[in-house]
Ligand binder design. Structure first.
Ligand code: THU
Length: 130
């Protein structure tokens, strides 16, 4: 298991945030995560003229995770345009839970917080096998 370099994740999240396509909300978001094999995956939000179809940054991250070899998400940092830690929306907590489970650590203003706290008693893959 790789050591979690939170500063690097923060830097990668801020870098990918600059690639966001957010002409409607003008609220660019970037997210970066450490994967179980040590690589880092990132994502930014991509909006759409049909406003409700916009993709959150976490959607891009999960797509990149799968497209570059999969694995489990270990730790993640999401930021706004100022580089402040950003809370993932409810849908994105569910997306992240699928690939990181309860142990995935998410950076918050209170420090690294497990997904079990961010999304308590989550519905996930295990529920479909019981
Ligand atoms: N957004 C994200 O990318 N991730 C979140 O977890 C919260 C919200 C984006 C969606 C939209 O493009 C913009 O932030 C404003 O809501």
């Amino acid at each position: 298991m790789s050591e979690i370099n939170w500063d690097l994740l923060h830097a990668e999240a801020k870098a990918i945030m600059k690639k966001a396509y957010a002409p409607y909300s003008k609220f660019p978001v970037g997210v970066a995560a450490l994967v179980s094999d040590g690589r880092i995956v990132t994502g930014c939000n991509v909006e759409n003229a049909s406003y409700g179809l916009g993709l959150c940054a976490e959607c891009g991250l999960v797509s990149n995770l799968t497209a570059t070899g999969g694995g489990r998400l270990i730790a993640a940092v999401c930021v706004d345009s100022q580089g402040n830690f950003l809370s993932p929306c409810g849908r994105c907590r569910q997306l992240l839970f699928e690939h990181g489970g309860n142990e995935l650590l998410f950076m918050t203003p209170d420090g690294p917080t497990p997904m079990s706290t961010m999304l308590p008693w989550a519905f996930g893959p295990d529920n479909l096998t019981s």
